[in-house]
Design a protein around this ligand. Structure first.
Ligand SMILES: C[S@@+](CC[C@H](N)C(=O)[O-])C[C@H]1O[C@@H](n2cnc3c(N)ncnc32)[C@H](O)[C@@H]1O
Length: 269
């Protein structure tokens, strides 16, 4: 089945990037899970599990009497996530290689299906939601967290404007849905699901609280793609100094920087 090109192709680096990005997004996802009603003893499916951070969050909610399955199409990511869980002594998560657009290896049913920053990479997120919902037990929870990549605050400087343009150009050129967050409501309805409850949050701050590393890491992870698409060369990205340049600009004008706006949507099916 066709799928959009993922913007980061070095999987070892991407594992590190997702681990550090989760510092920004996990508190937001935790509040979403609280509202959606994840609880002890549930069996949860995590769509597009990447480095495993959302699966880990879910595993804390379900506890030892529950369990989590993470599905991820990249076998290297699955291997890293499984390795990390084993080393951390986490026993209630299993990662599987698979495509969330088909979920054809899934025969069992779940109490909740969750996913963060995954629908944005799918050509048909409505169909993916429909398939995910079909794996739920009666009264199961469907809960997703997606971004509006166009809506975030940066410092007003050349470096920040360029970094923002690079990220958006690269995502758009490979067909990523950069405004998946605001489309969640209609996607649920088009999938024939009940009207979702919605949440909206972002991480924001200046100085040490600003999620500068998140944006710098996204540009660095996308550097090979930026070069391939003719958007920016490795020299222009200058990965070694990017974080420092972005931080210096922000500090110089007492600016704040935010994460993208994160939209949560959940319903019982
Ligand atoms: C931005 S990462 C998010 C990872 C994780 N959900 C988190 O929030 O930390 C998106 C992940 O989805 C995976 N992915 C993209 N398309 C997929 C598909 N069709 N099936 C399964 N995984 C997919 C990518 O390989 C990547 O690891």
């Amino acid at each position: 089945m066709s799928t959009t090109e993922y913007f980061a192709d070095d999987r070892r680096l991407e594992h590190e990037r997702l681990m550090s990005q989760s510092r920004v997004f996990d508190p937001l996802t935790r509040r979403l899970f609280d509202q959606a009603g994840l609880h002890e003893g549930m069996r949860v499916l995590d769509l597009g599990s990447g480095a495993g951070n959302v699966a880990l969050l879910a595993s804390e909610y379900v506890g030892p009497s529950g369990s989590v399955v993470g599905v991820e199409r990249d076998p290297e990511a699955v291997e890293h996530a499984q390795e990390w869980c084993t080393l951390s002594g986490i026993e209630n998560i299993e990662f599987r290689t698979g495509d969330v657009q088909t979920l054809d290896s899934m025969t069992e049913r779940f109490d909740a299906v969750v996913g963060r920053l995954i629908l944005m990479y799918l050509p048909d997120p409505v169909d993916a939601l429909r398939r995910a919902a079909s794996l739920l037990r009666p009264d199961g929870i469907l809960c997703v967290h997606e971004a509006d990549m166009t809506d975030w605050t940066t410092a007003d400087s050349e470096h920040w404007h360029t970094a923002r343009r690079w990220v958006l150009d690269a995502f758009e050129r490979v067909g990523t849905r950069i405004r998946m967050g605001p489309s969640l409501y209609s996607a649920f309805l088009e999938a024939g699901l009940p009207e979702p409850r919605m949440t909206l949050e972002a991480e924001v701050g200046g100085g040490d609280q600003a999620p500068v590393f998140g944006w710098a890491n996204a540009v660095i992870a996308a550097a090979p793609l930026l070069e391939r698409l003719g958007i920016a060369t490795a020299e222009q990205v200058d990965a070694e100094t990017l974080t420092a340049r972005l931080t210096d600009d922000m500090v110089a004008c007492n600016a704040i920087v935010s994460s993208p706006l994160m939209y949560g949507a959940y319903c019982r099916v």
